[in-house]
Every structure is written in C-alpha cells, then in structure tokens.
Design a binder for this molecule. Structure first.
Ligand code: PAF
Length: 292
C-alpha cells in the first residue's frame, strides 16, 4: 500500500515530505506545477509524469501566482478548489502536494531580482498580457528552487509558456528536464481549462469554434502559412460573438514564418468568448501540397 498523499504548505513540510518519500538520496523528483482548480487535463499531466517515472517522487504544486495576473485580470475570481484538488491528486498517484500561502513563496513581497522573458515575452499572449510571462517565469524558477525537481511537466495548452520555460532552462542552465504533454479536449474539441467553468451555456457551445479553426488550419497547412491562416480565420468568422485577439502560425519555437516555409509549425489562437478569454494551439505540418 503506497503511503497517503502528503499535503505540505510550508517549505519545511515540503522538504520533509519529499525526503520521506524519495527512494534514498538521489531519488528522482518530478514536479507538475499548477494553479489548482484541477481538471482532467491536469490529471493527464500527473498520469504522464507517473507513467514516465514510475519510481519518482511525484510532487504537484498548487499556487495561484499573483505576479502573472495583470490589473483587470481574473486573479480574484480564479477558482480555488483545494479539497477537490487534493482528491484528484490522490487518485492520480501523486506523492506530495505543495500548496503554499503567498508569504511562503514571496516572504519579502515581490522579488527584486526577476526573470526577463526576452522578446517572446512581449509577443502573442505577452502583447495582450504585459508582465504575464515575467511573473510566470519567476514563480516557475522559484518552484524549481524549492522542489528541486529532476523533471517538470507542463501542458502544451499553454504553448508559449512551455516554449519560454524551455528557453529559461537552456539560457539559465537549470538542471531540470522539461516535458510537454498534449492538450486534453472535450468531445467537441474545446481544450480543457480552469476558465471553461466561467462560460455561459451559449458561450460554451460557441467556444468550440477555436479548436475547429485550428483543425481547419491543420488541414490546409500543406498549402502554406497564408492559406492555412485564412482557413482558420474563415471558421472563426462564423462566430461573430467570439472576439479574436490573435491567430498566428509560427515555428515550434514561435519565431515568425514566411508563406513558403515548410515543416513542423504551430497554430495558436486567443479569443474572448463572453467574459472569458480562451487560448488554444495545435501542431501542423506546412508544405507538401502537390508533392505526392
Ligand atoms: O500553467 C499554470 O498553471 C501556471 O502558469 C504555472 C506554470 C503553474 C505557473 O504559475
């Protein structure tokens, strides 16, 4: 019988809980960082972490990080569901949940030394949410310092976040392997998100237009960036109530592409559906039309 889930809220409890469950010194630690309000998409991250590392100590952090919310964003209404989150973590085979209070993570207030996400931090999501990625990278760097994981697992749903975390790990020589896990979707294609619970019923059915637009881009990708983008925009325009912030086709590292570029790429969308802002993305393969 595996030991029950440990629920740590302080740094000292975290250290004790990880040490108690690690298979001796040097035992592998895998971290799944979250902001709570856990759903099947998070559970998939935990299961992927467990499957890939059956003997590791699996730690899930639950912390709503104020630094990554801008003024007017939904920090206050961000759902907090700790009891249900703990139950989901126990089901998914997690060893330790680290759910610290604000002053445990930021004992001296907002940190003076921060992480600059560089130009990608001001692009796409960063253009609409200034400061978001700097705040996100600070807390991820802190969580890496606190938990000291060998591996950290993130969802591809927040694709720009994943690219920036990979970049931070390379640029700052952090000793952690980053694993990305494919987005989990509802039957109609809507990507699972903690924010979906805010969608009114009519908006909920409209919201599937995002994934339909991404699929349209994927289907037309062999004709190049421009055609794929137009196909996605045509689908999005079928739902005029959905206000698009951006629809972009980029390289896997999110650099700009030309129409003639071929190979692996990513299509990304962000839109407001009612009062809720949703993002989604898919991989696609550019080029190849007429080449068979
Ligand atoms: O993806 C999230 O839930 C958050 O951005 C993260 C990575 C836990 C940092 O707060």
């Amino acid at each position: 019988m595996p030991p029950p889930l440990a629920n740590a809220s302080t740094r000292a409890e975290l250290t004790r809980a990880v040490a108690a469950r690690s298979a001796g010194p040097g035992g592998e630690v895998v971290l799944v960082p979250t902001m709570g309000a856990l759903h099947d998409g998070h559970e998939q991250l935990m299961r992927a972490a467990r499957e890939g590392h059956p003997d590791a100590t699996l730690v899930v952090s639950i912390f709503v990080n104020p630094l990554q919310f801008g003024p007017g964003e939904d920090l206050a209404r961000y759902p907090r569901t700790l009891d249900a989150d703990l139950a989901l973590c126990a089901r998914a085979g997690v060893d330790v949940v680290f759910a610290p209070a604000l002053d445990e993570v930021y004992p001296d207030g907002a940190p003076q030394v921060t992480v600059d996400p560089g130009p990608l931090g001001a692009d796409l999501e960063g253009a609409v949410r200034p400061g978001h990625f700097a705040g996100m990278l600070v807390v991820v760097a802190k969580l890496f310092g606190l938990v000291r994981p060998d591996v950290a697992v993130f969802g591809e749903k927040d694709y720009q976040q994943l690219v920036l975390i990979r970049r931070m790990v390379v640029d700052l020589c952090l000793r952690v392997d980053i694993v990305g896990v494919e987005t989990v979707r509802e039957a109609d294609g809507l990507a699972l998100s903690s924010r979906n619970r805010f969608l009114e019923p009519a908006d909920r059915s409209r919201a599937s237009v995002l994934s339909r637009a991404l699929r349209a881009a994927q289907e037309q990708a062999r004709y190049g960036v421009v055609t794929a983008r137009e196909a996605a925009l045509a689908v999005l325009s079928s739902e005029p109530e959905v206000r698009v912030d951006y629809l972009a086709i980029r390289s896997p590292e999110l650099t700009e592409l030309d129409d003639g570029d071929v190979g692996e790429a990513r299509v990304l969308v962000a839109a407001r559906v009612g009062t809720t802002r949703l993002i989604d993305n898919l991989s696609l393969t550019l080029g190849g039309a007429g080449s068979s």
